[in-house]
Design a protein around this ligand. Structure first.
Ligand code: ATP
Length: 370
């Protein structure tokens, strides 16, 4: 099969299982983000792909050729680390040409290739500078140019923006994505930042506890999360606990209709998940379907949107409305809050311990994943 394919890859370190049965395909020419919380196995997976770790089980192939035991230096993969790992005693140009020097490429070709790469990452004017005389963003560009010097078949980046400040991160994410598209190179980026993954990736692999929870385009993952973990880790989400009866979900006495009847037998404990932009304020009528009632506890303006916190009997629900919506919202007043049927996700309810863990892993509080 074309592309980079991982079959049943597992990695254990003594008692610790870092990766469990990973099956993944990284399509040729696409950018895939490995996204997940700290300790979920992202770096281990990237290191196995790079050939810096050996899987305990399973195999890897590139365009149909088994590379499971191929040493890192024979894989022709380029890698950029969190720290950039540049040589401080060499100039920018020498850093970029380094791998070509090691491979015995002649000096003239080396300089020409280094020049092309520095042009590509817009660092040609800094060719003779030392690494210590560069900003974080400039160092990152040099690290990218150096990794691309050998025309890698696969480009691997481990948290490449983590050393940069928030504004520069955003700029570099766009630049890196444009560069990847221009070069059409198969790229895998490790990140724990969902916004970074959504900005850059064709496909996101959401990981948790050594498994891949969901694989899909940024839109798919956001619009159609397949597990509560994915719903809580990507974007914001309100969580409600309910029970299925006749295809509806009851949260206390309130009935919730979904786009299609809930696919669980009567009495099943389930979790409803709703994005804040799919909750809307309405009349405080506790008898209406999909509507909870409670006082507004907090309102905050966050630029283009306004977030309204409503404390219902089922817990806090956050509604996100456009700032252009001038409906008066008064702190302390009781309101209704309706969750739109078509945008409600229904999952089997995890055992209490597992739910806490899921929410904790995503760095969330109460029943709102913000
Ligand atoms: P982070 O975002 O914090 O870098 P990660 O998702 O990249 O985390 P990994 O570094 O892949 O996670 O680690 C996955 C699990 O494997 C963790 O529990 C980690 O402690 C464990 N682990 C990783 N490397 C080793 C090792 N060499 N020896 C023992 N355990 C390890």
């Amino acid at each position: 099969m074309a592309g980079l394919v991982l079959k049943d890859v597992r990695k254990t370190y003594g008692e610790v299982t870092a990766l469990k049965n990973i099956d993944l395909v990284f399509p040729t020419g696409k950018l895939t983000a490995l996204l997940g919380p700290s300790g979920c196995g992202k770096t281990t997976l990237l290191r196995i792909i790079a050939g810096l770790e050996t899987p305990s089980r399973g195999n890897l192939s590139l365009n149909g050729e088994d590379i499971t035991t191929l040493p890192a230096n024979k894989r022709k993969f380029g890698m950029v680390f969190q720290s950039f790992a540049l040589f401080p005693h060499l100039s920018v140009g020498e850093n970029v040409a380094y791998s070509l020097t090691i491979s015995g490429v002649e000096k003239k070709t080396r300089s020409k290739r280094a020049q092309e790469l520095l042009d590509l990452v817009q660092m040609a004017d800094f060719k003779d500078r030392r690494i210590g005389q560069l900003s974080g963003g400039q160092r990152q560009r040099v690290a990218i140019a150096r990794a691309l010097a050998q025309e890698p078949q696969v480009f691997l980046l481990d948290e490449p923006m983590s050393a940069l400040d928030a504004q520069l991160r955003e700029t570099m994410q766009v630049e890196l994505r444009l560069l990847q598209q221009q070069l059409d190179i198969t790229t895998i980026v490790v990140t724990h930042d969902q916004r970074e993954a959504m900005t850059m990736a064709d496909e996101i692999v959401v990981m948790s506890n050594g498994v891949s929870e969901q694989i899909g385009s940024p839109t798919d993952i956001y619009q159609r999360p397949e597990t509560p973990f994915v719903a809580s880790f990507i974007g914001k989400a309100n969580f409600l606990e309910g029970t299925v009866r006749g295809g509806r979900v009851f949260v206390g006495d309130c009935a919730f209709d979904l786009e299609k009847p809930a696919p669980f037998v009567d009495g099943s404990p389930v979790q409803l998940v709703c994005r804040p932009e799919n909750a809307e304020l309405c009349a405080a009528d506790a008898t209406s379907a999909n509507t909870l009632v409670g006082p507004v506890s907090f309102v905050r303006d966050v630029g283009p949107t306004r977030e309204v916190f409503v404390e219902t009997d089922a817990g806090r629900i956050i509604c996100e409305m456009p700032s252009s919506d001038t409906t008066p919202v008064i702190q302390g007043e009781v309101t209704g809050i309706r969750l739109k049927s078509h945008a409600l996700f229904c999952f089997p309810r995890p055992a209490p311990g597992n739910l806490e863990k899921t929410v904790e892993e995503a760095g969330r509080r109460e029943n709102v994943a913000a």
